[in-house]
Ligand binder design. Structure first.
Ligand code: NAD
Ligand code: UFG
Length: 337
Protein backbone atom coordinates (compact mmCIF):
# COMPACT_ATOMS: atom_id res chain seq x y z
CA UNK A 1 0.00 0.00 0.00
CA UNK A 2 1.14 3.58 -0.72
CA UNK A 3 0.95 6.22 2.01
CA UNK A 4 1.27 9.98 1.61
CA UNK A 5 2.56 11.88 4.65
CA UNK A 6 2.20 15.67 4.62
CA UNK A 7 4.63 17.48 6.92
CA UNK A 8 6.74 14.33 7.22
CA UNK A 9 9.98 16.23 7.89
CA UNK A 10 8.56 17.71 11.10
CA UNK A 11 8.79 16.49 14.67
CA UNK A 12 5.89 14.03 14.85
CA UNK A 13 5.92 13.29 11.11
CA UNK A 14 9.57 12.16 11.05
CA UNK A 15 9.03 9.72 13.93
CA UNK A 16 5.87 8.38 12.32
CA UNK A 17 7.70 7.88 9.01
CA UNK A 18 10.34 5.79 10.83
CA UNK A 19 7.55 3.63 12.21
CA UNK A 20 5.81 3.38 8.82
CA UNK A 21 9.05 2.22 7.19
CA UNK A 22 9.74 -0.38 9.87
CA UNK A 23 8.47 -3.91 9.52
CA UNK A 24 7.20 -4.04 13.09
CA UNK A 25 3.48 -3.68 12.34
CA UNK A 26 0.71 -5.27 10.35
CA UNK A 27 0.72 -2.68 7.56
CA UNK A 28 2.61 -3.43 4.40
CA UNK A 29 3.91 -0.08 3.16
CA UNK A 30 5.19 -0.36 -0.42
CA UNK A 31 5.79 3.31 -1.08
CA UNK A 32 6.00 6.12 1.43
CA UNK A 33 5.64 9.54 -0.17
CA UNK A 34 6.45 12.62 1.93
CA UNK A 35 5.64 16.22 1.05
CA UNK A 36 7.03 19.10 3.10
CA UNK A 37 7.94 22.73 2.37
CA UNK A 38 10.50 22.91 5.24
CA UNK A 39 8.73 25.95 6.70
CA UNK A 40 9.38 24.47 10.16
CA UNK A 41 11.91 21.70 9.54
CA UNK A 42 15.23 20.94 7.93
CA UNK A 43 16.14 18.52 5.11
CA UNK A 44 18.65 16.62 7.27
CA UNK A 45 15.78 15.17 9.34
CA UNK A 46 14.76 13.19 6.26
CA UNK A 47 18.28 11.85 5.75
CA UNK A 48 18.19 10.67 9.34
CA UNK A 49 14.81 9.00 8.84
CA UNK A 50 16.40 7.12 5.92
CA UNK A 51 19.39 6.14 8.06
CA UNK A 52 17.30 4.88 10.98
CA UNK A 53 14.80 3.00 8.82
CA UNK A 54 17.38 1.61 6.40
CA UNK A 55 14.78 2.08 3.67
CA UNK A 56 14.10 4.73 1.10
CA UNK A 57 11.01 6.81 0.44
CA UNK A 58 9.91 9.41 -2.09
CA UNK A 59 10.29 13.03 -1.07
CA UNK A 60 8.59 15.97 -2.74
CA UNK A 61 9.55 19.44 -1.65
CA UNK A 62 6.46 21.56 -1.95
CA UNK A 63 3.53 23.29 -0.35
CA UNK A 64 0.24 21.46 0.12
CA UNK A 65 -1.58 24.70 -0.75
CA UNK A 66 -0.34 24.32 -4.34
CA UNK A 67 -3.17 22.54 -6.25
CA UNK A 68 -0.96 21.94 -9.32
CA UNK A 69 1.67 20.18 -7.21
CA UNK A 70 -0.91 18.18 -5.28
CA UNK A 71 -2.71 17.06 -8.44
CA UNK A 72 0.58 16.01 -10.05
CA UNK A 73 1.48 14.07 -6.90
CA UNK A 74 -1.82 12.18 -6.83
CA UNK A 75 -1.64 11.62 -10.61
CA UNK A 76 1.85 10.12 -10.28
CA UNK A 77 1.45 7.88 -7.24
CA UNK A 78 -1.49 5.59 -6.49
CA UNK A 79 -2.05 6.79 -2.93
CA UNK A 80 -4.15 4.55 -0.65
CA UNK A 81 -4.23 6.74 2.46
CA UNK A 82 -2.91 10.03 3.81
CA UNK A 83 -1.47 11.05 7.18
CA UNK A 84 -1.83 14.82 7.40
CA UNK A 85 0.64 16.59 9.72
CA UNK A 86 1.46 19.70 7.67
CA UNK A 87 0.44 22.86 9.46
CA UNK A 88 1.60 25.72 11.64
CA UNK A 89 1.36 24.92 15.35
CA UNK A 90 2.46 27.75 17.68
CA UNK A 91 -0.48 29.04 19.72
CA UNK A 92 1.16 32.40 20.61
CA UNK A 93 2.31 33.06 17.05
CA UNK A 94 -1.20 32.31 15.78
CA UNK A 95 -2.57 35.26 17.77
CA UNK A 96 0.08 37.53 16.14
CA UNK A 97 -0.32 36.17 12.60
CA UNK A 98 -3.87 34.83 12.39
CA UNK A 99 -4.16 35.05 8.60
CA UNK A 100 -0.96 33.05 8.11
CA UNK A 101 -2.47 30.31 10.29
CA UNK A 102 -5.86 30.34 8.57
CA UNK A 103 -4.18 30.33 5.16
CA UNK A 104 -1.63 27.62 5.84
CA UNK A 105 -3.78 25.28 7.92
CA UNK A 106 -7.19 25.76 6.29
CA UNK A 107 -6.17 26.37 2.67
CA UNK A 108 -3.60 23.56 2.89
CA UNK A 109 -6.16 21.10 4.26
CA UNK A 110 -8.81 22.18 1.75
CA UNK A 111 -6.50 21.69 -1.22
CA UNK A 112 -5.42 18.30 0.15
CA UNK A 113 -9.01 17.09 0.73
CA UNK A 114 -10.15 18.34 -2.70
CA UNK A 115 -7.25 16.56 -4.38
CA UNK A 116 -7.99 13.38 -2.44
CA UNK A 117 -11.65 13.58 -3.41
CA UNK A 118 -10.95 14.13 -7.11
CA UNK A 119 -8.60 11.11 -7.08
CA UNK A 120 -10.96 8.85 -5.11
CA UNK A 121 -8.63 8.65 -2.08
CA UNK A 122 -10.86 8.56 1.00
CA UNK A 123 -8.72 7.42 3.91
CA UNK A 124 -7.04 9.97 6.16
CA UNK A 125 -5.47 10.30 9.60
CA UNK A 126 -5.45 13.94 10.71
CA UNK A 127 -3.32 15.65 13.40
CA UNK A 128 -5.80 17.39 15.61
CA UNK A 129 -5.04 18.50 19.15
CA UNK A 130 -6.27 18.39 22.73
CA UNK A 131 -6.57 22.16 22.32
CA UNK A 132 -10.03 21.55 20.77
CA UNK A 133 -11.38 20.73 24.25
CA UNK A 134 -11.12 24.40 25.25
CA UNK A 135 -10.87 25.38 28.90
CA UNK A 136 -14.02 24.28 30.70
CA UNK A 137 -14.38 20.48 30.44
CA UNK A 138 -13.80 18.14 33.41
CA UNK A 139 -10.79 15.76 33.45
CA UNK A 140 -10.06 13.27 32.04
CA UNK A 141 -11.05 14.66 28.64
CA UNK A 142 -13.39 12.40 26.68
CA UNK A 143 -13.90 12.59 22.92
CA UNK A 144 -17.62 13.37 23.17
CA UNK A 145 -17.08 16.51 25.27
CA UNK A 146 -17.95 19.86 23.68
CA UNK A 147 -15.19 21.49 21.66
CA UNK A 148 -14.18 25.14 21.51
CA UNK A 149 -11.17 27.32 20.79
CA UNK A 150 -9.51 30.36 22.32
CA UNK A 151 -6.96 31.23 19.61
CA UNK A 152 -6.58 31.08 15.80
CA UNK A 153 -4.51 27.87 15.93
CA UNK A 154 -7.25 26.14 17.91
CA UNK A 155 -9.91 27.43 15.51
CA UNK A 156 -8.02 25.96 12.55
CA UNK A 157 -8.05 22.52 14.21
CA UNK A 158 -11.77 22.84 14.99
CA UNK A 159 -12.62 23.86 11.43
CA UNK A 160 -10.51 21.08 9.86
CA UNK A 161 -12.18 18.52 12.15
CA UNK A 162 -15.54 19.95 11.04
CA UNK A 163 -14.58 19.82 7.33
CA UNK A 164 -13.72 16.13 7.67
CA UNK A 165 -16.87 15.33 9.67
CA UNK A 166 -18.99 17.04 6.99
CA UNK A 167 -17.14 15.14 4.28
CA UNK A 168 -17.84 11.81 6.01
CA UNK A 169 -21.50 12.85 6.39
CA UNK A 170 -21.79 13.73 2.70
CA UNK A 171 -19.99 10.60 1.46
CA UNK A 172 -20.01 7.46 3.63
CA UNK A 173 -17.10 6.12 1.58
CA UNK A 174 -14.67 8.23 3.63
CA UNK A 175 -12.68 6.76 6.49
CA UNK A 176 -11.22 9.38 8.84
CA UNK A 177 -9.32 9.47 12.13
CA UNK A 178 -9.11 12.79 13.97
CA UNK A 179 -6.23 12.25 16.38
CA UNK A 180 -6.32 14.60 19.36
CA UNK A 181 -2.75 14.63 20.63
CA UNK A 182 -1.93 15.59 24.16
CA UNK A 183 1.70 16.66 24.82
CA UNK A 184 4.23 14.79 22.67
CA UNK A 185 7.79 14.88 23.99
CA UNK A 186 11.02 12.84 23.74
CA UNK A 187 12.83 11.61 20.65
CA UNK A 188 13.77 8.47 18.74
CA UNK A 189 16.08 6.37 20.97
CA UNK A 190 18.85 6.64 18.33
CA UNK A 191 19.17 10.33 19.23
CA UNK A 192 19.18 11.15 15.50
CA UNK A 193 15.75 12.78 15.21
CA UNK A 194 13.81 14.84 17.73
CA UNK A 195 12.24 18.25 18.31
CA UNK A 196 14.38 21.17 17.22
CA UNK A 197 12.38 24.40 17.26
CA UNK A 198 13.88 27.60 15.90
CA UNK A 199 14.61 30.36 18.44
CA UNK A 200 13.26 30.39 21.98
CA UNK A 201 10.93 27.42 22.45
CA UNK A 202 7.26 27.90 23.33
CA UNK A 203 6.81 24.42 24.76
CA UNK A 204 8.08 23.12 28.06
CA UNK A 205 10.32 20.24 27.02
CA UNK A 206 12.45 21.93 24.37
CA UNK A 207 12.85 24.85 26.79
CA UNK A 208 13.98 22.54 29.62
CA UNK A 209 16.40 20.82 27.22
CA UNK A 210 17.88 24.16 26.07
CA UNK A 211 18.44 25.16 29.71
CA UNK A 212 19.97 21.73 30.41
CA UNK A 213 22.28 22.20 27.41
CA UNK A 214 23.38 25.61 28.71
CA UNK A 215 21.81 27.50 25.79
CA UNK A 216 19.29 29.37 27.94
CA UNK A 217 19.92 30.53 31.52
CA UNK A 218 16.78 29.40 33.37
CA UNK A 219 13.32 27.95 32.75
CA UNK A 220 10.36 30.24 33.43
CA UNK A 221 7.77 28.18 35.34
CA UNK A 222 4.44 29.68 34.40
CA UNK A 223 2.66 29.76 37.75
CA UNK A 224 2.80 27.71 40.96
CA UNK A 225 -0.65 28.64 42.24
CA UNK A 226 -2.78 26.20 40.24
CA UNK A 227 -5.04 23.72 42.00
CA UNK A 228 -2.57 20.86 41.41
CA UNK A 229 -0.44 18.80 43.85
CA UNK A 230 2.57 21.18 43.67
CA UNK A 231 0.78 24.24 42.21
CA UNK A 232 2.41 23.98 38.74
CA UNK A 233 0.59 23.07 35.51
CA UNK A 234 -0.20 19.40 34.90
CA UNK A 235 -0.17 17.88 31.38
CA UNK A 236 -0.42 14.48 29.75
CA UNK A 237 3.05 13.96 28.22
CA UNK A 238 3.31 11.15 25.67
CA UNK A 239 6.52 9.78 24.14
CA UNK A 240 6.66 10.77 20.46
CA UNK A 241 7.44 7.13 19.54
CA UNK A 242 4.25 6.02 21.30
CA UNK A 243 2.42 8.76 19.40
CA UNK A 244 3.95 7.45 16.16
CA UNK A 245 2.67 3.98 17.08
CA UNK A 246 -0.78 5.52 17.60
CA UNK A 247 -0.71 6.67 13.95
CA UNK A 248 0.05 3.15 12.77
CA UNK A 249 -2.86 1.85 14.84
CA UNK A 250 -5.15 4.60 13.48
CA UNK A 251 -4.06 3.84 9.91
CA UNK A 252 -4.79 0.14 10.39
CA UNK A 253 -8.22 1.17 11.67
CA UNK A 254 -9.05 3.46 8.73
CA UNK A 255 -7.97 0.75 6.29
CA UNK A 256 -10.63 -1.57 7.76
CA UNK A 257 -13.49 0.79 8.69
CA UNK A 258 -15.61 3.62 7.28
CA UNK A 259 -16.81 6.83 8.94
CA UNK A 260 -15.15 9.41 11.15
CA UNK A 261 -13.81 9.04 14.71
CA UNK A 262 -12.09 11.54 17.00
CA UNK A 263 -9.62 9.73 19.25
CA UNK A 264 -7.37 11.00 22.07
CA UNK A 265 -3.70 10.01 22.02
CA UNK A 266 -2.27 10.48 25.50
CA UNK A 267 -1.23 8.36 28.46
CA UNK A 268 -4.15 9.23 30.74
CA UNK A 269 -1.69 10.48 33.41
CA UNK A 270 -0.84 14.06 34.36
CA UNK A 271 2.66 15.28 35.28
CA UNK A 272 3.48 18.68 36.79
CA UNK A 273 6.12 21.12 35.53
CA UNK A 274 8.22 20.55 38.68
CA UNK A 275 8.05 16.76 38.19
CA UNK A 276 9.24 17.23 34.60
CA UNK A 277 12.17 19.31 35.82
CA UNK A 278 13.12 16.57 38.36
CA UNK A 279 12.85 13.83 35.74
CA UNK A 280 14.96 15.80 33.24
CA UNK A 281 17.58 16.53 35.93
CA UNK A 282 17.94 12.77 36.39
CA UNK A 283 18.33 12.28 32.65
CA UNK A 284 20.97 15.00 32.15
CA UNK A 285 22.74 14.54 35.49
CA UNK A 286 22.71 18.13 36.67
CA UNK A 287 20.40 20.76 38.15
CA UNK A 288 18.08 22.78 35.88
CA UNK A 289 17.72 26.38 37.08
CA UNK A 290 14.17 27.76 37.03
CA UNK A 291 12.26 30.82 38.13
CA UNK A 292 8.57 30.85 38.96
CA UNK A 293 6.88 33.63 37.01
CA UNK A 294 3.21 34.52 36.57
CA UNK A 295 0.73 32.27 34.79
CA UNK A 296 0.89 32.25 30.99
CA UNK A 297 -2.32 33.74 29.54
CA UNK A 298 -4.62 31.07 28.11
CA UNK A 299 -3.12 28.19 30.16
CA UNK A 300 -5.26 25.85 32.23
CA UNK A 301 -4.08 24.11 35.41
CA UNK A 302 -4.66 20.50 34.44
CA UNK A 303 -5.15 18.62 31.16
CA UNK A 304 -5.08 14.87 30.60
CA UNK A 305 -6.76 12.34 28.35
CA UNK A 306 -9.32 9.65 28.79
CA UNK A 307 -7.61 6.87 26.82
CA UNK A 308 -10.41 4.30 26.76
CA UNK A 309 -11.51 4.99 23.17
CA UNK A 310 -7.98 4.60 21.73
CA UNK A 311 -7.73 1.28 23.55
CA UNK A 312 -11.16 0.10 22.42
CA UNK A 313 -10.95 1.20 18.75
CA UNK A 314 -7.24 0.88 18.02
CA UNK A 315 -5.99 -1.44 20.76
CA UNK A 316 -3.55 1.42 21.44
CA UNK A 317 -1.87 2.10 24.74
CA UNK A 318 1.13 4.38 25.36
CA UNK A 319 3.85 2.33 27.07
CA UNK A 320 6.97 4.44 27.48
CA UNK A 321 7.73 6.02 30.87
CA UNK A 322 8.52 9.63 31.77
CA UNK A 323 12.12 8.52 32.41
CA UNK A 324 12.38 7.22 28.83
CA UNK A 325 10.81 10.41 27.47
CA UNK A 326 13.43 12.56 29.25
CA UNK A 327 16.38 10.24 28.54
CA UNK A 328 15.54 10.01 24.83
CA UNK A 329 14.82 13.76 24.60
CA UNK A 330 18.16 14.57 26.25
CA UNK A 331 20.14 12.16 24.01
CA UNK A 332 18.89 14.13 20.99
CA UNK A 333 19.12 17.61 22.54
CA UNK A 334 22.68 17.36 23.87
CA UNK A 335 23.99 16.65 20.36
CA UNK A 336 21.71 18.98 18.45
CA UNK A 337 21.24 22.12 20.61
P1 NAD B 1 6.26 20.50 13.00
O1 NAD B 1 6.19 21.96 12.75
O2 NAD B 1 7.53 19.92 13.52
O3 NAD B 1 5.89 19.70 11.65
C1 NAD B 1 5.00 20.21 10.69
C2 NAD B 1 5.67 20.03 9.33
O4 NAD B 1 4.77 20.50 8.31
C3 NAD B 1 6.96 20.84 9.19
O5 NAD B 1 7.99 19.99 8.67
C4 NAD B 1 6.60 21.95 8.19
O6 NAD B 1 7.72 22.33 7.41
C5 NAD B 1 5.51 21.29 7.38
N1 NAD B 1 4.55 22.22 6.76
C6 NAD B 1 3.87 23.22 7.37
N2 NAD B 1 3.06 23.82 6.49
C7 NAD B 1 3.21 23.18 5.30
C8 NAD B 1 2.65 23.34 4.02
N3 NAD B 1 1.75 24.29 3.77
N4 NAD B 1 3.04 22.50 3.02
C9 NAD B 1 3.95 21.53 3.25
N5 NAD B 1 4.53 21.34 4.45
C10 NAD B 1 4.15 22.16 5.47
O7 NAD B 1 5.03 20.12 13.96
P2 NAD B 1 4.72 18.78 14.75
O8 NAD B 1 4.96 19.02 16.19
O9 NAD B 1 5.37 17.64 14.08
O10 NAD B 1 3.15 18.73 14.55
C11 NAD B 1 2.56 18.05 13.47
C12 NAD B 1 1.06 18.29 13.49
O11 NAD B 1 0.56 17.90 14.76
C13 NAD B 1 0.66 19.75 13.30
O12 NAD B 1 -0.50 19.79 12.50
C14 NAD B 1 0.36 20.23 14.71
O13 NAD B 1 -0.59 21.26 14.72
C15 NAD B 1 -0.20 18.95 15.35
N6 NAD B 1 -0.05 18.92 16.82
C16 NAD B 1 1.20 19.06 17.38
C17 NAD B 1 1.33 19.06 18.77
C18 NAD B 1 2.68 19.22 19.43
O14 NAD B 1 2.72 19.50 20.64
N7 NAD B 1 3.80 19.04 18.72
C19 NAD B 1 0.20 18.91 19.60
C20 NAD B 1 -1.04 18.75 18.99
C21 NAD B 1 -1.16 18.77 17.59
N1 UFG C 1 5.42 25.80 30.79
C1 UFG C 1 6.28 26.45 31.66
N2 UFG C 1 7.35 27.10 31.11
C2 UFG C 1 7.60 27.12 29.77
C3 UFG C 1 6.71 26.45 28.89
C4 UFG C 1 5.61 25.80 29.44
O1 UFG C 1 6.08 26.45 32.87
O2 UFG C 1 8.59 27.74 29.36
C5 UFG C 1 4.27 25.06 31.37
C6 UFG C 1 2.91 25.51 30.86
O3 UFG C 1 2.41 26.55 31.66
C7 UFG C 1 2.09 24.22 30.97
C8 UFG C 1 3.12 23.12 30.69
O4 UFG C 1 4.39 23.70 30.94
O5 UFG C 1 1.64 24.04 32.31
C9 UFG C 1 3.08 22.62 29.25
O6 UFG C 1 3.17 23.72 28.36
P1 UFG C 1 3.46 23.53 26.79
O7 UFG C 1 3.56 24.90 26.19
O8 UFG C 1 4.60 22.61 26.59
O9 UFG C 1 2.16 22.76 26.27
P2 UFG C 1 0.62 23.17 26.32
O10 UFG C 1 -0.08 22.09 27.10
O11 UFG C 1 0.41 24.55 26.75
O12 UFG C 1 0.20 23.10 24.79
C10 UFG C 1 0.65 22.04 23.92
C11 UFG C 1 0.75 22.56 22.48
C12 UFG C 1 -0.62 22.94 21.97
C13 UFG C 1 -1.54 21.75 22.10
C14 UFG C 1 -1.57 21.25 23.53
C15 UFG C 1 -2.40 20.02 23.64
O13 UFG C 1 1.59 23.71 22.44
O14 UFG C 1 -0.54 23.27 20.61
O15 UFG C 1 -0.24 20.96 23.98
O16 UFG C 1 -1.94 19.08 22.72
F1 UFG C 1 -2.78 22.13 21.74
Amino acid sequence: MNILVTGGAGYIGSHTCVELLSESHGLSVDQLIIIDNFSNSKPDMLEKVRAIAGRDFIFIEGDIRDPGKMNALFDTYAIDAVIHFAGLKAVGESTQKPLAYYDNNLTGSLVLFETMQSHGVKRIVFSSSATVYGMSNPMPLREEYPVSATNPYGYTKLVIERMLMDLAQADPGWSISLLRYFNPIGAHPSGLIGEDPNGIPNNLLPYVAKVAAGKLPALPVYGDDYDTPDGTGVRDYIHVMDLAGGHIAALEYVMRNRGVEAVNLGTGHGTSVLSIIRAFEKACGHAIPYTVTGRRPGDIGTCYADTEKARRLYGFEARRTLEEMCADGWRFAKERY
